[in-house]
Design a protein around this ligand. Structure first.
Ligand SMILES: [Zn+2]
Length: 342
């Protein structure tokens, strides 16, 4: 009796665990049979690969430890199961494509074609471009405030938000770096680093939005804005990494922080007489439209370009405009402050 109960418990547990990342693709019995077969034979149809029977340098996998796979290959989790899943998915999708079926998701992901072992090459390239645009934007801002615009008598910039934009640049470049890593190889660690960096960036850009739009200039007031938000974002990141990677909760937190800052910028752009307010409008509207791409998730075209990749493409021109707003703002504030002192 006790044993039967234990078995039932295991079945219930496996159903629950399966439901977390189960998709129509991996529920398909043909796909399941293929993976099972492949793990025994190391082959899918005509295509055979080394990970199931031999390690990458041709040594048998059950040989002594010094002949087994190097640690970095184990780290990347390029193992038999992931190879089998990938090649079974490709062959199953090809079969279904010939019969006129649309692609379906496997283990929570669209069927992407790898290029040089990179899982989502288009998203990786676009993340790298985003990183480059962020870097260019930040450098141009830095040169403007630190080398072109006049300083105060105490050698500090007139612009009161220089430090905030500099920290924002670090968060943004960090987030795009980990996004590129995650899209090239999706394992537990890279996923957590990508999610955590994105949450940290969203949290900091919310702080920036509040402090800039409400003209919070006093150090004490800035701390009062930032401290609770930093505490909240830190708790959320710790929760995701060390307690549970709850996708639903994370989406809610990110959407909430994203919408609040969009509303703040939009309302401010509506009431301010800032000369570059139209740039805020474009970024807010563009960002809102781009969000639709994340909601209307469509399968990858030719196994390469999906909605998420297009979303990463839209952020490139928006980032360019965003830093151009930061530069305009620094000039606008500096001129206003110099006029005041005269
Ligand atoms: Zn992404």
């Amino acid at each position: 009796m006790a044993r039967r109960r234990f078995v039932l418990f295991l079945v219930a547990l496996s159903c629950f665990a399966g439901s977390l990342k189960a998709s129509p693709g991996d529920a398909d019995p043909v796909y399941r049979g293929c993976v099972e077969e492949c793990e025994k034979t190391g082959c899918v149809g005509e295509k055979c690969f080394q990970h199931c029977t031999f390690s990458s340098d041709g040594n048998p996998i059950d040989g002594p430890w010094y002949l087994q796979e190097p640690l970095y290959i184990q780290w990347k989790q390029w193992d038999c199961l992931s190879d089998c899943r990938y090649h079974c998915m490709l062959s199953r999708e090809e079969e279904k494509h010939k019969l006129g079926y649309q692609p379906v998701k496997y283990h929570g992901k669209w069927p992407f074609k790898r290029i040089y072992g990179i899982q989502e090459p288009v998203s990786v390239a676009l993340s790298a471009l985003n990183l480059a645009v962020q870097f260019h934007g930040w450098v141009s801002f830095f040169i403007l405030v630190h080398y072109k615009l006049p300083f105060r008598p105490n050698k500090k910039t007139y612009y009161e938000y220089t430090g905030l934009w500099n920290i924002y640049a670090v968060f943004a470049m960090n987030a795009w770096f980990w996004s590129a890593v995650f899209h090239s190889r999706d394992v537990d660690l890279t996923e957590k680093l990508d999610y955590s960096s994105a949450v940290a960036l969203l949290g900091f850009s919310l702080i920036l939005a509040i402090i800039r739009a409400f003209n919070v200039r006093l150090e004490a007031a800035r701390v009062m804005v930032a401290a609770p938000l930093i505490a909240f974002v830190t708790t959320h990141i710790l929760y995701l990494n060390f307690y549970q990677l709850d996708y639903g909760l994370n989406i809610k937190v990110c959407v909430a922080m994203g919408i609040i800052q969009m509303v703040i910028w939009a309302v401010w752009a509506g009431i301010t007489r800032h000369p570059a307010r139209w740039k805020l409008w474009v970024v807010v509207l563009g960002g809102g439209l781009a969000m639709l791409l994340e909601i209307y998730d469509f399968p990858p075209y030719k196994g390469l370009v999906d909605a998420h990749a297009l979303w990463h493409a839209t952020t490139i021109p928006l980032t360019y405009l965003w830093w151009s707003f930061a530069r305009d703002d620094s000039e606008f504030r500096t001129n206003a402050l110099i006029k005041k002192t005269k």
